[in-house]
Ligand binder design. Structure first.
Ligand SMILES: N[C@@H](CCC(=O)N[C@@H](CS)C(=O)NCC(=O)O)C(=O)O
Length: 224
């Protein structure tokens, strides 16, 4: 079995960060390919890996079978099935269900936050003002973090305690956005943001993103 994980620009692609962490944070061996978003290479990737249209996309080679998984949640579930010893999801079943709910909500929600605060690992804004919908998304994220940490995460740096889980992978790009846009949050949330962003795999992703040549104008806000 071998894995090729196709990612977009590290500076900008929040879903790519999630897919990357599902491998890097759990020590699963894989090959990484970067396909810059909205370029000819991206169009070529879509042709090659149909029906994938977005990144992250995982191409699995298993003996003579090659197949494509083109969604971060599906990648998490597939890796969890293939590597049950790793605990990509929390071991406790109630915590596991909560982690899956948190990931599903991230996957389906927070549209204002995602639209008005695009991930950009190379910028630190100091004058960003969230609109009302975005404030409400930020408040909901912090409430979810507090709930999970109070139930399961008090003994460690992550949402479910000492062990990094898929839920942390899914909220890492939100932590990065809070940093980029200088979002002021409660102490517990800020501590969690700091813990996540200090993870060596996330630090390495920032370093790679900083070196990328591509600039996507619609991810760059015209503010300080
Ligand atoms: N639901 C997908 C979302 C993936 C996604 O939106 N990826 C963006 C990059 S962050 C993308 O590929 N955008 C290119 C496009 O939509 O054409 C997942 O969970 O993986």
């Amino acid at each position: 079995m071998s894995y090729q994980l196709i990612l977009g620009n590290k500076a900008y692609s929040s879903w790519s960060l999630r897919g990357y962490l599902l491998f890097e944070a759990f020590g699963i061996p894989y090959d990484q390919q970067i396909v810059p978003l909205y370029t000819d290479a991206f169009e070529d990737f879509k042709q090659r890996t149909f029906p994938a249209q977005q990144v992250p996309t995982l191409v699995v080679t298993n003996d003579d079978q090659i197949f494509t998984i083109w969604d971060s949640l599906s990648i998490a579930e597939y890796l969890s099935e293939q590597h049950p010893e790793i605990d990509i999801w929390p071991a406790d079943s109630a915590a596991r269900a909560a982690a899956r709910s948190l990931c599903a909500e991230m996957h389906a929600s927070f549209m204002s936050l995602r639209k008005t605060m695009p991930m950009n690992l190379r910028r630190l804004y100091s004058t960003f003002q969230p609109d009302e919908d975005t404030k409400s998304d930020i408040a909901r994220v912090c409430a979810l973090w507090a709930w999970a940490k109070n139930q399961w995460g008090q003994g460690g740096p992550y949402l479910f305690g000492t062990h990094f889980s898929a839920a942390d992978a899914f909220y890492a790009p939100v932590a990065a956005r809070f940093k980029t846009y200088d979002i002021s949050v409660d102490t517990l949330s800020q501590q969690y943001v700091d813990n996540l962003l200090a993870h060596p795999a996330i630090e390495a992703f920032y370093e790679d993103g900083a070196k990328e040549p591509w600039v996507m104008a619609h991810n760059e806000l015209d503010i300080d």
